[in-house]
Design a protein around this ligand. Structure first.
Ligand code: NAP
Length: 270
């Protein structure tokens, strides 16, 4: 299977208004000269990204303002992505978390998190795979999971569950694909410095975060090389391999201790 060539191809990036998705959109346009379909809820950020990339990188950018926790918005995003241009790639990156004791999760947040992180990913992947399975089509789909799928994180219990779901789903589906020119990739970063981790709850954990430019670069490389699963950062990969040798309860307990300390410090400072 050839590596993907993004040059002048159309790539969908969800969650492109900030963080990893924004940075992947920037690199896809500036470095690879890809045309983009960018989706998220914040229209102002997406329109600003469109103006900047069209003027500075000479690519075309289509904006789709969509709330992926809403089924009708998912349908509209699919319509916009599959009509009007030939789609070559999709990065399903949009995601949300809740960080804190599970019992404190506000009512309604569980459903919203599940809709955004799981339901939208399954629905988009299902339709995109149908599109790419048609004769003569070529491309790649990458779903952004997390290392939390491999080692679930206490105080982000629902988030960890959603990321494990999409990893299992895509890893299994990847081996049902019949088109040899289509690949499905799962990208599973550890912590990244983005809006998701900028709150003071994460103060104690900030030293561990990967710069977003590096996470975006490794993600695009994983998609391009049609990797099955990819964890960015040598330290994350070595640490992950080592952690797999230890009892899961011990590792998850250690993660829990770190997060508990971070939350406790925040309580004390209030
Ligand atoms: N940061 C980390 O430590 C880390 C680690 C591993 C994996 N990840 C994963 O990386 C992905 C990107 O996260 P990030 O770190 O870049 O966080 P971020 O800066 O908060 O970006 C999240 C993106 O998702 C979009 N989004 C959230 N809810 C949405 C909804 N209902 N509909 C449409 N778009 C929505 C946001 O846009 P709007 O608010 O404009 O809608 C934003 O563009 C997520 O899937 C996350 O789970 C992050």
């Amino acid at each position: 299977m050839n590596a993907l060539n993004f040059n002048q191809k159309w790539i969908l990036v969800t969650g492109a208004s900030s963080g990893l998705g924004y940075e992947m959109a920037q690199q896809l346009a500036r470095k690879y000269k890809a045309n983009l379909i960018v989706a998220a809820r914040r229209a102002d950020k997406l329109n600003q990204l469109k103006t900047e990339l069209e003027q500075q990188a000479g690519v075309q950018v289509k904006v789709v303002v969509a709330d992926l926790s809403v089924p009708e918005d998912i349908d509209r995003l699919l319509q916009e992505s599959l009509n009007g241009q030939q789609l070559y790639g999709a990065i399903l990156n949009a995601g949300v978390t809740f960080f804190g004791p599970h019992a404190d999760m506000p009512a309604g947040d569980f459903e919203r998190l599940l809709q955004t992180n799981v339901v939208s990913v399954v629905r988009l992947t299902t339709e995109l795979v149908k599109h790419f399975e048609q004769p003569g089509r070529e491309g790649g789909i990458m779903v952004v999971s997390s290392m939390a799928a491999l080692f679930p994180v206490p105080y982000q219990a629902v988030y960890s569950g959603t990321k494990a779901f999409i990893m299992s789903f895509v890893n299994a589906l990847a081996l049902e694909i019949t088109n040899p020119q289509l690949s499905l990739t799962v990208y599973a970063p550890g912590g990244i410095a983005t809006e998701m981790t900028e709150g003071e709850k994460f103060n104690d954990l900030k030293g561990w975060l990967m710069p977003v430019a590096q996470a975006a670069h490794e993600g695009l490389d994983a998609l391009q090389q049609r990797k099955y699963n990819h964890v960015p950062g040598a330290l994350n990969r070595i640490g992950g391999a080592f952690m797999k040798l230890m009892p899961k309860k011990f590792i998850v307990g250690q993660l829990g201790k770190t997060y508990r300390k971070s939350l406790a410090k925040l309580q004390e400072s209030k």
